[in-house]
Design a binder for this molecule. Sequence first.
Ligand SMILES: *Cc1c(COP(=O)(O)O)cnc(C)c1O
Length: 421
Amino acid sequence: MTVLTGVDDARLFDGVDLHTLASRVQTPLYAYSSSVIRQRTTALQDAFAGLDLRICYAVKANSNLAILQLVAQQGVGADIVSVGELHRSLRAGIPAERIVFSGVGKTAEEIRAALSAGIWRFNVESADELLLLQEVAREEGVCARAAVRVNPDVDAQTHAKISTGKAENKFGVSIDEARTWFVRASRMSHVQLDGLHAHIGSQILNLEPFRHALRRVEDFRQELEAAGHPIHSVDIGGGLGVRYRAGHDRPIAIEDYAALVRETFAAFKGTLVVEPGRWLVAEAGVLVTRVIRVKPGADREFLIVDAAMNDLLRPALYDAWHDIVPLRPRRESACYDVVGPVCETGDTFARGRDMPRCEAGDLLMIGGTGAYGASMASTYNSRPLAAEVLLDDGRYAVVRRRQTLAEMMLGEQLPQDWHEA
Ligand SMILES: *Cc1c(COP(=O)(O)O)cnc(C)c1O
């Protein structure tokens, strides 16, 4: 199931020749392996077999409709953080009753849209939001099912920008605060607060932060039950890390994660929810890019490629490592800064990377880019969004065509009507 299976067969991905694909679709392009995504989903389902577990895929990891449809076909639901993700999920065929809504900034309009769609539950992150949920649900004449997102104050031991479970982070509320919500919620007419939620961060490679966080959640659940507040669902979030750097990153084995969950929640009779994003799709994606030119530099050569930080932001945003593999590797090696054409020094995919020597026109694949790649892309520097292609055992289908320049400027207009305000 690994993506970067060594240089010899690097050009074949889910049975598709990436050279042929690049000549048909043009670069830069994202290619996603259906087979890998199916394998991951099945592996997760198998690891938790026998438990009352719902998988809600974190849509923000990769929100392409084709990816959402693929996971929907496997019976997976969605974890959404905006009304845009709600619409995508519904359009891709994910039933509303398999959708959970997370996020610190839900507006009244977003809550209303999610209530009228009939989503399964809201993961509520502040007291103000809980009151708003009650208010909007009352106006709509429905009862909202809700879970409180607790911030267990655990260090996820990951990059600071993707750490979400420390007390100083904006996410969730303390267990002390959550306790008061249950007292208040029992008097709320249109909110049924009967769930707990925790998501402590992303790209977690160590089981210990999960152990601590889940223990806190389960202790709290038992305390609430004892106090007469039944808990029907516990959502343990996402966060499972993946292998970005071959031979370096050691992801948690899914069986170990599942064993921890089984052990921690042995006494819990309700529904468990898990919200993986990255783990399901990151290693199922590659970004294929072409070398524009090789430029001599003071320290080493620059490999200038046709993908840039607007296509893949993770290296610029998180100093993230991605393996970069030429599709037809030469024997000699070289050391490069692999950079894009965007006018920012941060537009760098790799610094001082030892890799096979490359020339203008060569194709490279940037591995592990199925998650937080296309979904974080922008048109910065007026670069149209890249094409996205779904692969399946030797076949491919374009699931997002490259944005045209006209589409890139869609919605913009020169000032015609001026209004007084
Ligand atoms: C982003 C997010 C996830 C998914 O995180 P991954 O690390 O991609 O698994 C799950 N739950 C919530 C609430 C999130 O914000």
